[in-house]
Design a protein around this ligand. Structure first.
Ligand SMILES: N[C@@H](CCC(=O)N[C@@H](CS)C(=O)NCC(=O)O)C(=O)O
Length: 214
């Protein structure tokens, strides 16, 4: 069977997992320790997941994996992408990742099951954000702009019935982004956003992170 090497915190890995779940194509998930550099470098020459292993070959890059799997059987991602969705993702990304990274670092993800795996992530990410404790100290004030962007998203979403049929690459990017949001406790999801993230979680078989949110 094919193997997909992932980290549970990684939005690009969520994207790659989605296409298998949405198309009901089996794949074995393998979670690497976050400080395991040798395994991914041995496969694709860089320390980067997701990686798909198929018939002894390795493929990196989430979008290449998605396109490859979507070519199998009937393509699913046939609805055209809308620029307003990629604009919204770009607009909310830096707000999201500032709050996401310290929470991910504290979460019970399997890639952090060793102390050195977790320390590797903290060291690497704090180099760009500054100390995680300072971000936690920003408290609930820091969540207000995230609630505001979630409000903006509500009016951009497709009708719920559209989520039963063919999908768009927008849905891959947007669900992965909302999956990252779900590790942040105390956000307010407008009904349309809540319905969207629950519908895609169910259809892809990828649980949201609400139960481990902090
Ligand atoms: N362009 C790549 C980006 C993947 C990516 O950035 N993966 C991150 C995890 S979210 C990674 O493996 N970074 C190296 C590390 O965590 O040390 C893709 O779409 O697959």
């Amino acid at each position: 069977m094919r193997k997909l090497y992932v980290y549970d915190h990684c939005p690009f890995c969520i994207k790659a997992r989605m296409i298998f779940g949405l198309k009901n194509i089996p794949v074995e998930l393998v979670v690497l320790q976050n400080d395991d550099e040798a395994t991914p470098i041995g496969m694709i020459g860089q320390k980067m997941l997701p990686i798909l292993e198929e018939n002894g070959h390795y493929m990196g890059e989430s979008l290449d994996i998605i396109a490859h799997i979507d070519r199998e059987g009937t393509p699913l991602l046939t609805v055209p992408a809308r620029p307003e969705i990629s604009d919204w993702i770009s607009r909310s990304s830096s707000l999201l990742y500032r709050q996401f990274l310290p929470r991910a670092a504290a979460a019970p993800f399997p890639e952090f099951s060793t102390t050195s795996g977790r320390a590797y992530f903290i060291r690497k990410k704090e180099a760009s954000t500054g100390p995680f404790c300072e971000i936690f100290n920003e408290g609930t004030e820091a969540l207000l702009p995230l609630n505001a962007v979630l409000e903006d998203l509500a009016s951009l979403l497709p009708e719920p019935s559209a989520l039963q049929g063919p999908l768009s690459y927008d849905d891959i990017h947007l669900f992965a982004h909302l999956h990252s949001f779900s590790i942040i406790k105390g956000l307010t999801y407008p009904a349309a956003v809540e319905n969207y993230r629950q519908a895609l979680s169910k259809r892809s078989g990828i649980p949201l992170l609400d139960s481990v949110a902090v």
